[in-house]
Design a protein around this ligand. Structure first.
Ligand code: GAL
Length: 404
């Protein structure tokens, strides 16, 4: 899927007229810029301006040519979500290239779930002359060790997608608003319970891995939405077992809970692959569609198919091309020795270990159901229609959802 998606995107890029000069509006001496040894104007990129054609990145060509050293990207795994392979890696590459970096100016690694592998990849990047590291940690402790070592060697660090709580205080963070992601999940579940007419909702809340700061923020979001329903006893919270990003573990957890509590008739989870594990159990138990709401995140192909089949209410779609461009742009400002503009650094995130706000860039998440699948993920080519709508049943569901 990645290759075809990128081919399609490539065609779009080919048609784009370069607007380099037009993007260079304000200078690095503006209130949010400064500290620059850069020649010429510094573009004030905005966090809300990134698009699927990567045109914003072209405005950073001057900055890219003035920067020094390599940008190293450290991604966590390939099993907890398809996003890292299908979206993050290719979109980061596209973003760097659109800004004019050559392939020796950046390196994108995946730690395959191993903290020691990530540590080694970081060391290798620093040895190879990295000036900026983007870290999407497996857990905050290992991420903070990588970051403090990097900073001690003069390398700037950016937390990518997951906050490295306890990392260096002057770092940056790029992500979606993760509490908002959780809210969308909670609201999606509530709406689905209504529209599917689920009587006496008995909900199992299945969180993400507690070592991921995002999992805490997602839970804060959906638990906040569900709390009044539990309080007024219109819903029952059956439990909230230990969280995980490992789908086989999620399947076992769900199976155990469902055996112990036969009245469970809804699940809230912030991950399409964990939802898919739950749904496999439901299908094995012959639970009919549109009777047992589940939720997810990441707009993975299986998640989208489960929505079309009526086993999942919706998914949070995070246009990763926006997050990747925001991160690449931030890296390019830092690589050129500049303070990134406040139009880009639009938020702050509390690091509860440091008890300090970390300067952040947030891009916007979206709740996707059958009603808007065509106008969001399909339009953005985040999934291929031939893959999404494979087989007679899905073909029919795609037609009904206006997907072609
Ligand atoms: C989160 C990330 C999600 C999902 C999950 C499991 O940190 O924001 O998009 O991928 O990890 O990998």
């Amino acid at each position: 899927m990645g290759n075809s998606r990128r081919r399609l995107l490539g065609l779009g890029l080919a048609g784009v007229v370069l607007t380099l000069a037009a993007g260079c509006g304000s200078s690095g001496s503006s209130s949010s810029g400064g500290g620059s040894g850069a020649k010429g104007n510094v573009p004030n990129l905005s966090a809300s301006a990134f698009n699927v054609d990567f045109t914003e990145m072209k405005k950073l060509k001057g900055l890219a040519s003035e920067g020094k050293g390599m940008v190293g990207v450290l991604l966590p795994d390939t099993t907890s979500s398809a996003r890292y392979v299908e979206f993050d890696a290719p979109y980061l590459k596209d973003a760097f290239q659109a800004a004019g970096l050559s392939s020796s100016d950046y390196k994108i690694d995946n730690a395959q779930g191993s903290t020691s592998t990530m540590q080694q990849q970081a060391e290798a990047d620093i040895t190879a002359g990295a000036s900026v590291l983007l870290v999407d940690p497996l857990d905050p402790g290992s991420g903070a060790a990588i970051e403090s070592n990097a900073e001690s060697k003069g390398v700037k660090v950016i937390d990518y997608d997951r906050l490295v709580t306890g990392g260096p205080a002057d770092r940056y963070y790029v992500s979606f608003n993760n509490v908002q992601v959780g809210k969308l999940i909670g609201q999606g579940e509530v709406g689905c319970i209504q529209s599917w007419g689920v009587k006496n909702p008995n909900i199992l809340v299945m969180d993400g891995d507690p070592t991921d700061n995002n999992a805490k923020l997602f839970a804060q979001g959906y638990n906040g939405v569900l709390a009044p329903h539990f309080a007024d006893k219109s819903y029952v919270k059956v439990g909230e077992p230990a969280g995980t990003w490992d789908p086989p573990t999620a399947a076992t957890t769900f199976e155990q809970q469902f055996t112990a509590h036969k009245n469970i008739n809804a699940v809230v989870t912030p991950n399409d692959d964990n939802a898919n594990a739950v749904i496999s159990v439901l299908q094995k138990d012959k639970i009919p569609p549109k009777t047992f709401p589940t939720t997810g995140q990441d707009a993975s192909p299986s998640g989208l198919q489960n929505i079309l089949k009526g086993y999942q209410c919706g998914t949070v779609y995070k246009p990763i091309y926006e997050e990747a461009q925001a991160a690449a742009a931030l890296a390019l400002y830092l690589r050129a020795g500049l303070k990134p503009p406040s139009t880009l650094v639009n938020s702050e995130t509390m690091d509860t270990t440091l008890n300090k706000n970390i300067a952040s860039v947030y891009t916007v998440p979206h709740w996707v159901t059958t009603a808007n699948m065509a106008s969001t993920v399909v339009k953005d080519k985040a999934v291929q229609v031939s893959q999404l709508c494979a087989g007679a049943a899905l073909q029919k569901a795609c037609q009904a959802a206006g997907i072609s």
